[in-house]
Design a protein around this ligand. Structure first.
Ligand code: CU
Length: 148
């Protein structure tokens, strides 16, 4: 034990204490349509890439949900279906829109209930392990424009 403890301390001290940089994205108008309790919910937003390099979002997480995925909609034998994306690329300098009928975050396994106006914390995670914290406001479906 006398010999192990210093080794352990060295190992701990060698872990970088510097937080990873935030993802250089600007997210605006993030919102989530209200849903019956216990159901999956969606996250919509505009994501602008402020940098000169493409950014690949590969995951997302929320303390309010057991699991978050990035989804798109695809036409499958005449029916629109959701499909999970392994990555969503936000091209340098461009804006990608997550909206009803298209790209969205899928908020799965809700932990508790949500009311209109609640702000759901979500971390976007990119291929370099960087994160960006956003808040998605729960809104009524009725007041939102439908896709297309
Ligand atoms: Cu989905």
């Amino acid at each position: 034990m006398q010999f192990r403890l210093p080794t352990l301390l060295c190992a701990l001290l060698s872990v970088p204490m510097v937080a990873l940089a935030e993802i250089p994205l600007t997210v605006t108008d993030a919102w989530t349509p209200e849903a019956p309790p216990g159901r999956m919910m969606a996250g919509f937003m505009q994501v602008h890439n402020d940098s000169e390099e493409d950014i690949a979002l590969v995951d997302a997480a929320s303390p309010r949900f057991g699991h978050v995925e990035i989804h798109t909609m695809v036409m499958d034998e005449g029916v629109m279906r959701m499909r999970r994306l392994d990555e969503l690329v936000i091209p340098a300098g461009e804006t990608v829109e997550l909206r009803p009928g298209g790209l969205h975050l899928m908020l799965i396994d809700p932990q508790g209930r949500f009311s209109l106006g609640d702000r759901i914390e979500v971390d976007l995670i990119d291929s370099e392990g960087r994160r960006l914290g956003i808040e998605s406001e729960v809104r009524s479906r009725a007041n939102q424009p439908m896709a297309n």
